[in-house]
Design a protein. Structure first.
Length: 74
């Protein structure tokens, strides 16, 4: 992916994130990460369309700040 494509995708992620801001689970979303951009766009697009978290297959995959050992083990 070119640098221009990466920038465009990151801007799209930021725009979509702003439209679904307020979902508690998104506190684990790394807005500055350049990883999983396509997946983030897909998940955020589905959230914006009104889909429930449980109906989005890759939702938890894009939460890069989510502790790997599980939030209940903290």
């Amino acid at each position: 992916m070119s640098e221009q494509e990466k920038i465009e995708k990151m801007l799209k992620v930021e725009d979509l994130y702003a439209s679904v801001f307020g979902i508690p689970e998104l506190k684990f979303f790394d807005l500055s990460s350049e990883e999983l951009l396509d997946e983030k766009i897909e998940v955020l697009t589905q959230l914006k369309a009104g889909k429930q978290i449980g109906d989005i297959p890759n939702f938890y995959d894009v939460l890069e700040k989510l502790p790997k050992k599980g939030i209940w083990d903290l």
